[in-house]
Ligand binder design. Structure first.
Ligand SMILES: NC(=O)c1ccc[n+]([C@@H]2O[C@H](COP(=O)([O-])OP(=O)(O)OC[C@H]3O[C@@H](n4cnc5c(N)ncnc54)[C@H](O)[C@@H]3O)[C@@H](O)[C@H]2O)c1
Length: 437
């Protein structure tokens, strides 16, 4: 059993803490957000993430998982420190490393014996070295090893992804640190989960290369979908057939309103910036970002076109605010771009999302929130679907037709049956499948 502290108890930190305590280690999760720690100590999970509740409870009861605001003590008492604070995009597009740097200083000041300092946050290549320097500058020549251990979990499936990962990446030049990290992940090591041991820079690069490639795939299929729209092809059949080619894989070939979330938008931009700093132009990633930005605007144009360009004073129902289903995360979600654009055009917005409405309210937009899709749709001039929650897949289209003032629907996730929309004479559009007007 290892004594571990996780600094930053957000989507990644909390899942990591819960997951590692489930491996049998003694874990303390700390955060500067005292309210978050208070909630966790009273048994409340501050984010929506399936299965997290169960695993947190299970390990809290066993005494293996604790939550604390006493960051200095938690650092002093543990052998391994995971850094899992946010690295959001700053105004110039670079990763904002303020939280990382603050944590590195705090770790340095509280370094009292040998420790492994391990970064789980996504940080640009070269950051590991900086973290090491900051720790050294702030500590009293006490030995430590630095490890980069990027996280690949997907929100909405985070617990499963953490407990059954495709691979674990451990970047470190210390053999001792690698052995200890292998022990942290012992159940996975015994299960023969691939563990890649490399240097810190390669480890940092693996994370950006992976995320940017997935973003690239999404932008690629979105462009193909847009072309399908023009030439009368069906992108679902195109992507299915593409995915059957083992060299391509069917994953991340789902067209939609463009990628969002707390990772792809910022990580692609950060990779382009790292390229620029090293005089390597990341042309493909730049194109993926451009396509993605345009895709969101294309959805607004599609909706306007369904409404004969008359959007002023029209009531639009927006179904889905989260950047994807099974999460309450709205960071860089399509909704955060599309809704303000519609408001600017004079539309009145009615919305419903099963779990993300509280987070969306923090954006302080003047929109109407409802408790279900039926209430949000009543009397509206059109509906745009932005997140493929299961409950939207089951929408009764006849009921929807009766609720809407005019049966106009833009399904940006292609989850509603084209045949049924057609049979019910909806004024309908989607992404890359035949539009019905
Ligand atoms: N969310 C994902 O799906 C995902 C997946 C893989 C990697 N990542 C990366 O993991 C990192 C964390 O992402 P997240 O989504 O969990 O972020 P988050 O915003 O949900 O959580 C970050 C937490 O860190 C805390 N924090 C900030 N400064 C602190 C400090 N000085 N001391 C202690 N706590 C502090 C915040 O209060 C917050 O609770 C990012 O680098 C992100 O890119 C995220």
């Amino acid at each position: 059993m290892r004594k571990i502290t996780i600094i930053g108890t957000g989507y990644v930190g909390l899942v990591t803490g819960a997951g590692i305590s489930d491996f049998g280690h003694d874990v303390t999760c700390v955060d500067i957000d005292k309210n978050k720690i208070k909630k966790l100590n009273s048994g409340e999970i501050p984010i929506y993430e399936p299965e997290l509740d169960t695993i947190v409870k299970r390990n809290s009861v066993k005494g293996l998982l604790k939550f604390s605001s006493r960051i200095n003590e938690a650092i002093k008492e543990s052998e391994i420190i995971f850094i899992a604070v946010g690295t959001p995009q700053s105004k110039n597009g670079d990763s904002d490393l303020t939280a990382i740097e603050n944590v590195a200083k705090t770790i340095g000041k509280n370094l009292n014996k040998y420790k492994i300092i391990c970064t789980k946050s996504t940080v640009p290549v070269g950051t590991g070295k900086k973290i090491e320097e900051i720790i050294k500058l702030n500590s009293k020549a006490i030995e430590f090893d630095y490890v980069s251990n990027p996280e690949f979990l997907r929100e909405g499936a985070a617990v499963r992804d953490f407990l059954i990962p495709d691979r674990i990446v451990i970047g470190s030049r210390s053999k001792k640190a690698f052995k200890i990290m292998q022990d942290v992940y012992r159940p996975l090591f015994l299960n023969e989960t691939p563990i890649i041991n490399t240097n810190v820079e390669t480890s940092e690069m693996i994370k950006y290369a992976s995320n940017s490639f997935l973003a690239l795939k999404i932008s690629y299929i979105n462009e193909i979908a847009n072309l399908c729209d023009s030439v009368g092809a069906d992108v679902h059949i195109v992507s299915k057939a593409m995915g059957q080619d083992g060299r391509i894989s069917p994953k991340f070939l789902h067209p939609g309103p463009g990628f969002g979330g707390s990772c792809f938008p910022k990580d692609t931009i950060a990779l382009v910036n790292t390229g620029n700093q090293n005089n390597i132009r990341m042309n493909t990633i730049e194109a993926a970002i451009k396509t993605n930005n345009e895709q969101k605007l294309r959805m607004v144009a599609k909706l306007k076109s369904l409404l004969n360009n008359k959007i002023k004073n029209k009531t639009i129902t927006v179904l889905g605010l989260a950047f994807k289903p099974q999460t309450d995360d709205i960071r860089d979600a399509a909704s955060t771009i599309i809704i303000p654009k519609l408001i600017k055009e004079g539309a009145i917005i009615n919305t419903y999302d099963p779990v993300a409405m509280d987070n969306f309210k923090s954006l302080k937009l003047n929109i109407n929130y409802f408790n279900n899709w039926q209430e949000a749709s009543r009397g509206a001039d059109a509906l745009i679907l932005l997140t493929e929650w299961n409950e939207f897949r089951g929408i009764d289209l006849l009921e929807l037709k009766h609720l809407l003032k005019a049966p106009t629907v833009l399904d940006t996730k292609n989850i509603l049956s084209v045949e049924n929309l057609q049979a019910l004479k909806f004024n309908y559009d989607n992404v890359g499948r035949k539009a019905i007007n």
